[in-house]
Structure formats: structure tokens, C-alpha cells
Write a protein that binds this ligand. Structure first.
Ligand code: ADP
Ligand code: MG
Length: 251
């Protein structure tokens, strides 16, 4: 098996990359895909924190330094996604990295359908290295000017690296007049496809408080439905609302 690897990035921090990565991962798992999420945010990692995962004998930092095997860094979440966490200590992010991302991803590729790379905020450096190892990229942003401008910088970096950009996810949309208009968003983002529109939803915060993905903990919430729709698009499967979704989604 050879997995498809997708890097999830944003210029600005706090826009919802990790939330999008783990929920996309769970939704793709529910569609029958074997998914592994790799926390390539080596400086301020938070995938394992957001999922409440126990410590593993190794992590991505030790694997990239050639000190451990990727097998010792894999952890499985109760929702079914597998996770490669990054090291939580600041000391672990400082030493030089000796192993290429492509070499880290190769063994994972054999046993998974999809590899999701949760990148840190910002541009170049480690993020560019991870993007180069990916087959395609999704940029996450909020429908607000500062986030959109930083998203454009991420888009320009991806274009320079010549990695296919699948499109943009608009997260925490309010659907209000305070969000940038569709025309403004399209103009700033060079007309790249909007793959998903995830509403601002308190269910995301409620789920984060108990360290669970919203798709898993509050499956009938508006955000969970939007993440499932996004996952269907990524998997190339037609999205159909279930009976329960039709009932609960009305509230
Ligand atoms: N659609 C949403 N609705 C409400 N809160 C959200 C939504 N998406 C993300 N959040 C919250 O926003 C904060 C930042 O999200 P996070 O995924 O950690 O961002 P990033 O990884 O880009 O730094 C978290 O507290 C998260 O729970
Ligand atoms: Mg994050």
C-alpha cells in the first residue's frame, strides 16, 4: 500500500489546523480509511495533548534525530486514528534533525491509506521540509483579514515549493457580516477552491475540553457534519447525510 500524504498548514497560529487535522482524520477513518496523523509541529506540538494520549517510548523528534524507530512512536486513539506525537519538551526541539521526512513517512505509507501532517504556524524551515514530503497541501484559515493574508503567504510558499495545493478550509466561520465576504476571500486566496466551511461551534470547544475530536464526541454537531463533508470530498466519496444527522442537524 502506498499512502497519500496531506500537509495541513496555515500562516497564522490558532486558526484550527490541529482541530481540522484530527477531525478530518477521524472522519476519514469512519469512511473506512486507515489514517495516521503526524504532529510535525516540532516546536509547539499539540496533537497528543488535544487527544489526551499517553506518552510513547519515542516521538517524531527522536525519530528525526535517528535515535528511535517510528514503530516506537505510534499511538492509537480510541477513535481509530493512529498518531505520531512530537516531543513536548523545549529541549527536544533544539537538536539538529538528521533524518529526512520522506524516510520517516515511507514505513507509515506501507500500512496506511492517508497520512495527515499537522504543521506548525509560520513559513519555511521545518514546515517547508514537511510540505516537500507531502503529496498535497490543505491550507486552513479563518474568514478574517489577518488570517487570510497569512494564508496567502502559505499558498505562495506552497506554490514556490511546487507541491499541489488542493484548496483551503475556512474554519470558525460565523456566517455573520463580520466574516470577510466570499468575493474578498476568493480575491485574497488567488481563487483556490474552498474545500470546506467549518462553522464556529461550541461543540468543538466542549469536545476539546474533554480531549476528544468533535466528530467523535459530538457527531451530530454542525462542525462534525462539516468535517465529515470535507472528509468525503478528500476521499472522493459522495457526502450523504444519515437519518440521524438530518434529525439532529436541524437543531
Ligand atoms: N470550528 C470551531 N469552532 C469553535 N472553536 C474552534 C473551531 N476550530 C477550532 N476551535 C478552537 O480554536 C482553538 C485553536 O484551534 P487549534 O486547532 O489548536 O489551532 P491551530 O492548530 O491552528 O493552532 C482551540 O481552542 C479550538 O478548540
Ligand atoms: Mg496546532
Amino acid at each position: 500500500m502506498s499512502a497519500r500524504s496531506i500537509a495541513i498548514l496555515s500562516g497564522k497560529g490558532g486558526v484550527g489546523k490541529t482541530t481540522t487535522t484530527i477531525n478530518l482524520g477521524v472522519a476519514l477513518t469512519q469512511l473506512g480509511k486507515n489514517v495516521v496523523v503526524v504532529d510535525v509541529n516540532l516546536v509547539t506540538p499539540n496533537v497528543s495533548l488535544q487527544l489526551g494520549l499517553p506518552p510513547t517510548p519515542a516521538n517524531l523528534n527522536s525519530v528525526l534525530k535517528g535515535k528511535a524507530s517510528i514503530r516506537d512512536a505510534i499511538c492509537t486513539h480510541e477513535s481509530g486514528i493512529r498518531v505520531i506525537p512530537a516531543g513536548l519538551s523545549i529541549l527536544e526541539s533544539s537538536e539538529p534533525l538528521l533524518v529526512e521526512y520522506s524516510d520517516v513517512l515511507a514505513p507509515l505509507s506501507e500500512f496506511h491509506d492517508i497520512i495527515l501532517l499537522d504543521c506548525g504556524a509560520g513559513l519555511w524551515g521545518n514546515i517547508a521540509k514537511a510540505v516537500r514530503a507531502a503529496d498535497e497541501v490543505i491550507v486552513v484559515t479563518n474568514p478574517e483579514l489577518p488570517a487570510l493574508i497569512d494564508a496567502l503567504k502559505s499558498i505562495q510558499m506552497v506554490e514556490k515549493l511546487r507541491v499541489p495545493l488542493r484548496g483551503v478550509v475556512l474554519n470558525r466561520s460565523n456566517g455573520s457580516n463580520y466574516d470577510a465576504s466570499t468575493e474578498v476571500i476568493g480575491g485574497i486566496l488567488n481563487g483556490y477552491k474552498i474545500l470546506g466551511n467549518i462553522p464556529y461551534d461550541k461543540s468543538v470547544l466542549k469536545s476539546a475540553a474533554v480531549r476528544k475530536p468533535v466528530v467523535y464526541y459530538k457527531p451530530y454537531s454542525k462542525a462534525a457534519q462539516a468535517y465529515r463533508k470535507l472528509a468525503a470530498d478528500i476521499a472522493g466519496i459522495e457526502y450523504r447525510k444519515s437519518f440521524l444527522e438530518l434529525i439532529f442537524g436541524a437543531f
